[in-house]
Ligand binder design. Structure first.
Ligand code: ADP
Ligand code: ZN
Length: 531
C-alpha cells in the first residue's frame, strides 16, 4: 500500500512503544500487524489474554483513517474506549446503550476523520444508516472481534454476524481482520467462508498454557472440597470460583467468608454498583477470591490469578478453556481445579432439554456437553485432550502437569457393572409412567430396602442386590461414565436414566467398557470447617 513494508514495521513498533508503552511484540502479533498494515486480510486464532486487541489497534493507528471494530461485548465498549483514550488514542463507540446526542457526536467525529478507533455493535451493521455513515468517513481496517459468533454450529452463534459479509463487498480495499479465542478447525473454516475472506492469511497461536495445572476431581461435598483445596494449595491467593447459579454463588461466597477466606460474590443479579465494587476490589486487592457465575471475567485482565475453580460443570470445552485461561496470565504456576459429579450431568442435560432453542440448537448443546464430559472422564492427559479439541497437537502425550499425568488413574473393566446398570434401567422401563432417577437404581443394585424400593416392589426385581461389590460412590461413577461415553442418557424433569442406541452393544456383550477408577482422596484435614 502507501507505506513501504520496512517503514511500516518501524512505525508499528514505534506505536507499540509510544502509545502502549510495551517494548516488544508478543508471539504472532508482529506478523499479524505487518500483514494487516500492508492491506491483507487475516484470521487470527489466539487464546484469551494472548493480546488480540493490539493486532487491530496498531493497524488502526498506523493506517490512514478509522479502524472500525465490530464487537458483541457491548458492556465492555465503554471500558475499552476509556482505556484507549487514557493512552491518547481517539476512540469512540456506537451502540444501543448510548443516547442520541452522544451517538451524533461520535458520528460527526468519525466523518470528520477525528477518530482512530470506532467500536460498533454487530446489529448496527444491519442498518442502512450505519453503512451510509461508514461511507461518509474513511475506514482504515475492519476488525471483527469474537469472530466465532458467525459460526452457526458454535456455542455463541449470533445471527447479526452473518450480515458482516457485506463489509468485504462494499469495501473491498479495506483489510479485514477476524479474531477469536475459541475456534475448532471447523469453526475456523466457517469464519472464512461466512465472512467471505477466502484470501485471508491464517495466524494461529498455541493454545497451550503450560503453567496451568489442570485437575478434575469427583464431587462429593463441593464446598468442603473447595475449602480444602484453597487451604492446602492457595492460601492467600487471588482466584475465581465459578458456580452455575446465583444462589450457589452467594452461598459459596458466604461459606468461604465464614471459613476465613476473603471472598465476594459476583453475578448478574447484583446491582451494577455492587458488581463494579467487587470487580474493582478483585483487581486491586491481593488474595481476594471472587465467587461468580460466568458473567464474570470477560475482559478482566488480572495477571496474578493463581487459581480458577469450577464447582459446576461448564457447558462446553470452549467455556472451560476460556474460564480456566483467566488463571496465570503472568506465566507463574496456577491451578485449574474442578469438582464434577453425576448431578452436574443430569442437571445440564435437563437444562438443554427444557431450554429455549430449536432441535438443532439442543443437539449442538448436547454435543458440546459430551465433549466436556469426555474431558472429565478421560484417562489420558487432560492437556493433550484439551489441545486436540482445538485442533492442536501437544508436544507429547504426557504433559506432566495435569492430574492424569501426575497420578495416572487406574482403569478397570466396567463391562459387567455397565450391564448391571443398564439391565436395571430396562427393568424399570417396563413400569410405565414411573420415573426413577439414578438414586433408585443405585439403591436397587445395592439391595437397599428403602421406602421407595418397597413401595414399588423393586426388591422383587431380579437385579435387586446384584451390585453389592461396589460402593454407592462407585456406582454413581459408573453411571457418570456411562453418560460420558454415550452408553446411557438422561431424560425429563427427574433425570430418568434411559438407554441409547449404543446401550445395546453393552447389553449384548458386543463390547467392553473401560472405566476410570475413582482415586482415593487424601484423608484428614488441616483445620476445622464451619458448615
Ligand atoms: P485478548 O484480547 O487476546 O484476550 P488482550 O488484547 O486484552 O488479549 O491482551 C491481554 C493483555 O496483554 C493486555 O493487558 C495487554 O495490554 C497485554 N499485552 C498485549 N500485547 C502485549 C505486548 N506486546 N507486550 C506486553 N503486554 C501486552
Ligand atoms: Zn497431562
Amino acid at each position: 500500500q502507501n507505506l513501504a513494508t520496512g517503514s511500516a514495521r518501524t512505525t508499528a513498533l514505534t506505536t507499540l512503544r509510544r502509545v502502549f508503552g510495551y517494548d516488544t511484540f508478543r508471539g504472532e502479533q508482529q506478523a499479524v500487524i505487518d500483514h494487516v498494515v500492508s492491506g491483507g486480510d487475516a484470521v487470527v486464532l489466539m487464546p484469551t489474554g494472548g493480546g488480540k486487541s493490539l493486532c487491530y489497534q496498531i493497524p488502526a493507528l498506523v493506517r490512514p483513517g478509522t479502524g472500525v471494530v465490530v464487537s458483541p461485548l457491548i458492556a465492555l465498549m465503554q471500558d475499552q474506549v476509556d482505556a484507549l483514550r487514557a493512552l491518547g488514542v481517539r476512540a469512540g463507540f456506537i451502540n444501543s446503550t448510548q443516547d442520541f446526542e452522544d451517538r451524533r457526536l461520535v458520528e460527526a467525529e468519525f466523518v470528520a476523520g477525528e477518530l482512530d478507533v470506532l467500536y460498533l455493535a454487530p446489529e448496527r451493521l444491519r442498518m442502512q444508516g450505519t453503512l451510509d455513515l461508514l461511507s461518509r468517513g474513511k475506514v482504515s481496517v475492519f476488525a471483527i472481534d469474537e469472530a466465532h459468533c458467525v459460526a452457526q454450529w458454535g456455542h455463541d452463534f449470533r445471527p447479526d454476524y452473518l450480515a458482516l459479509a457485506v463489509l468485504g463487498e462494499r469495501w473491498p480495499d479495506v483489510p479485514r481482520i477476524a479474531l477469536t479465542a475459541t475456534a475448532t478447525r471447523a469453526t475456523h473454516r466457517e469464519i472464512t467462508e461466512r465472512l467471505g475472506m477466502p484470501e485471508a492469511r491464517h495466524f494461529e497461536a498455541s493454545f497451550d498454557r503450560p503453567n496451568i495445572q489442570y485437575r478434575i476431581v469427583g464431587k462429593d461435598d463441593p464446598k468442603k472440597q473447595l475449602l480444602r483445596f484453597l487451604r492446602e494449595e492457595h492460601e492467600g491467593d487471588a482466584g475465581i470460583v465459578y458456580c452455575l447459579s446465583r444462589n450457589s454463588v452467594e452461598k459459596t461466597a458466604e461459606f468461604l467468608e465464614r471459613n476465613g477466606i476473603a471472598a465476594v460474590p459476583y453475578h448478574a443479579g447484583l446491582d451494577a454498583a455492587t458488581r463494579a465494587r467487587h470487580q474493582a476490589r478483585f483487581l486491586r486487592e491481593e488474595g481476594l477470591v471472587v465467587v461468580a457465575t460466568i458473567a464474570f471475567g470477560m475482559g478482566i485482565d488480572k495477571p496474578d490469578v493463581r487459581f480458577v475453580a469450577h464447582l459446576d460443570l461448564p457447558k462446553s470445552v470452549e467455556g472451560y478453556y476460556q474460564e480456566t485461561g483467566r488463571a496465570g496470565r503472568d506465566g507463574l504456576p496456577s491451578t485449574a481445579w474442578m469438582a464434577y459429579g453425576l448431578q452436574d450431568v443430569v442437571q445440564q442435560r435437563k437444562l438443554i432439554q427444557s431450554g429455549e432453542g430449536d432441535e438443532a440448537f439442543r443437539r449442538r448443546a448436547a454435543s458440546h456437553l459430551d465433549a466436556m464430559l469426555a474431558l472429565c472422564e478421560t484417562v489420558a492427559c487432560r492437556r493433550s485432550q484439551l489441545l486436540a479439541y482445538f485442533g492442536q497437537e501437544a508436544s507429547g502425550d504426557h504433559c506432566g502437569n495435569c492430574d492424569t499425568c501426575l497420578t495416572p488413574p487406574e482403569t478397570w473393566d466396567g463391562t459387567v457393572a455397565a450391564q448391571k446398570v443398564l439391565s436395571t434401567v430396562v427393568r424399570l422401563k417396563r413400569e410405565r409412567g414411573q420415573k426413577f432417577g439414578t438414586g433408585q437404581i443405585v439403591d436397587i443394585l445395592l439391595g437397599r430396602k428403602t421406602a421407595k424400593v418397597i413401595q414399588f416392589d423393586h426388591d422383587q426385581l431380579s437385579v435387586f442386590g446384584i451390585g453389592e461389590e461396589l460402593s454407592e460412590a462407585e456406582w454413581r461413577s459408573v453411571v457418570r461414565q456411562l453418560l460420558a461415553q454415550g452408553l446411557a442418557s438422561v431424560e425429563g424433569e427427574y433425570g430418568t436414566l434411559v438407554l441409547t442406541d449404543a446401550s445395546a452393544t453393552v447389553l449384548g456383550r458386543e463390547r467392553e467398557v473401560l472405566m476410570r477408577k475413582e482415586p482415593k482422596r487424601p484423608a484428614g484435614r488441616a483445620k476445622a470447617e464451619r458448615p
